[in-house]
Design a protein around this ligand. Sequence first.
Ligand code: NIG
Ligand code: FE
Length: 423
Amino acid sequence: MPDSAPYTLLIQHAAQVLTLAGGPATRPLAGPDLGGWCIIDNGFVACTGDKIAAVGPMSELDQTRITPATQRIDATGRVLMPGLVECHTHLIFGGNRAHEFERKLRGESYLDILASGGGILSTVRATRAASEEELLANALHHLAGFRRYGITTVEAKSGYGLDRDTELRLVRVARQAGRQQAVRVVPTFLGAHVVPPEFKDAGPRAYVDFLLREVLPELRGEAGFVDVFCEQGAFPLDVARYYLEQAHHMGFGLKIHAEQLHDLGGCEMAAGLGAVSVDHCDYLTPAAAARIAQHTQGRTVAVLLPLVPLFLRQEQYAPGRAFIDSGLPVALSTDFNPGSCPSKNLWLAQSVACLKMGLTPKEALAAATLNAAWAIDLAADCGSLEPGKRADLLVLNVPSVAEIPYWLGENPVHEVFIGGVMQ
Ligand code: NIG
Ligand code: FE
């Protein structure tokens, strides 16, 4: 698009434009950069087609590019910011686990419920029993919910099939759901979520060998990332390492669920293999975080999921403040799923990250936008307000970034634009 092309969309007079710009271009925001990005008072964002064309203070608006066809939005008294990026969800599943909520309240732990055949395995049964149409309808319902919260990109994991056909179906449904509405969907393969009943005797190594042989070859070009749950009752460290090494050789990007309930060393192992993100990290020590930051030169993102310990009644939250101070880039996500976080409220996740992990409001916002985009390798295209990026924009009901995590549990979204189109 030439620099003189007329603006098709202009959002102007915003009290604060949260650009998320100003940090390094080649890696996620870390250390002081996480909260050091630029806010423009009384500013605008102008777009041509589906891309951002210009961002600045009102005094720098190029009036010659405004035409009668330009859609003009007044954001007086409001925040203008990039769409939220949700970099870790288990979007596609059948049924729900409301029946386990009371067991949890009576004191049963997440791993006790899983060991008794419930938990993830109960959702596997419901997901295997659901038709492709039902799974797609559920996914579209949840994506509409995410969109109302201002989430414009959603990573979506498989992992409730645990057999070849169902796992491939879940990835297919994620892709189909992405085509049928505006929120961008990024599929991840989490076939190694837990060991399915069919492999109970053969064990985790035999199961991942099956995935590597029968399923991953079908997913080239369909899912960019391979993920594994490294935990007691799921996959031990050595099997997780072997599986991720093989997946890496097959060309997949790597992610891991690790240090959620115990410190098994999964984050450091996966970061050593070049994982784009290490997720949960509640039991990751600050010393290990500092080693990861150093060895990866700040390229692996720790995805923190503060609504999960909240929902699992766990005291231990990831020491986010210490991670940031040691130079490890952090992102925030809900982990939306039927077991450990049935919430899509990434605003609430920011509030809890401030309250329980020690992030500032600016750090939390960067973690749920630009660093979340890095965690799914999409930072060139979304997560900040910079010319050339996709025009995914939010106008909020609040005048300043400080008020975003303050209004606990509220949805501050006033208007959502995806690819320059009002939703
Ligand atoms: O990220 N921890 C493992 N997997 C999911 C929860 C899945 C479930 O309980 O259904 C998580 O928390
Ligand atoms: Fe998860």
